[in-house]
Design a protein around this ligand. Structure first.
Ligand code: AMP
Length: 212
């Protein structure tokens, strides 16, 4: 099973990818998480990516394509995987198609998480993320039990630099101009499914299960 979760930042792709991962036992491949790990590890790639990410811009296609190429060759990806936040541009989607042609794999579905910009801004600006385990919370809809402390691992919970309001606006602009064209790309291939991402996470999960 190879699925692409497509949709704007804050639409819940990561949450749902993690749920599918634990239920189906296939890994969630998030290029955003891979880049954040590189930043934390202080690698050269991380240093280069950080300034682009902090501004809400995309990291160059060849960088993320390289990360995905390497990752999908690991043994845990054999039964399938869920792509979360990749591809994000038409050239990335084309590179993925070429990679799959070479490795004899096919995409089963691209699922579009649909949500209005105003709701995305509210979600992202209140979002708080654990520095250690990456768990996500929200100051209003899902606060931590102890302020600033992750319920799951006890580490610090912070606002991501790219969840500041000006950066959110930029990320949405980038989404509409560079990522949204992928909707037509996968629709033309007969792979696209749409879900209403404004529902509760459990309802979104149920909608996804119907597609599996
Ligand atoms: P995310 O956690 O998916 O919202 O990604 C956070 C940031 O990482 C994005 O705003 C981009 O700067 C960068 N990023 C993640 N995935 C990609 C991608 N597929 N292509 C380019 N940049 C990416």
């Amino acid at each position: 099973m190879i699925w692409i979760l497509l949709g704007p930042p804050g639409s819940g792709k990561g949450t749902q990818a993690k749920r599918i991962q634990s239920e189906k036992g296939i890994p969630q491949l998030s290029t955003g998480d891979m880049l954040r790990s590189a930043i934390q590890a202080g690698t050269e790639l991380g240093r280069k990516a950080k300034s682009l990410m902090d501004q809400g811009s995309l990291v160059p296609d060849e960088v993320v394509v390289g990360l995905i190429k390497e990752r999908t060759l690991l043994p845990d990806c054999k039964p399938g995987f869920i792509l979360d936040g990749f591809p994000r541009t038409i050239p990335q989607a084309e590179a993925l198609d070429r990679l799959f042609q070479e490795t004899g794999r096919t995409i089963d579905r691209a699922v579009l998480f649909q949500m209005d910009d105003s709701e995305l801004v509210a979600r992202l600006s209140g979002r708080r993320t654990c520095v250690k385990c990456g768990s996500m919370f929200h100051i209003y809809s899902q606060p931590t039990q102890k302020e600033g402390i992750c319920d799951k691992c006890g580490a610090q919970v912070v606002q991501r630099d790219d969840d500041q309001i000006e950066v959110i606006q930029k990320r949405l602009k980038v989404y509409h101009s560079q990522t949204e064209p992928l909707v037509g790309y996968y629709e033309a291939k007969g792979k696209l499914a749409r879900i209403n991402a404004s529902q509760t996470p459990s309802k979104v999960e149920a909608s996804l299960k119907q597609l599996i």
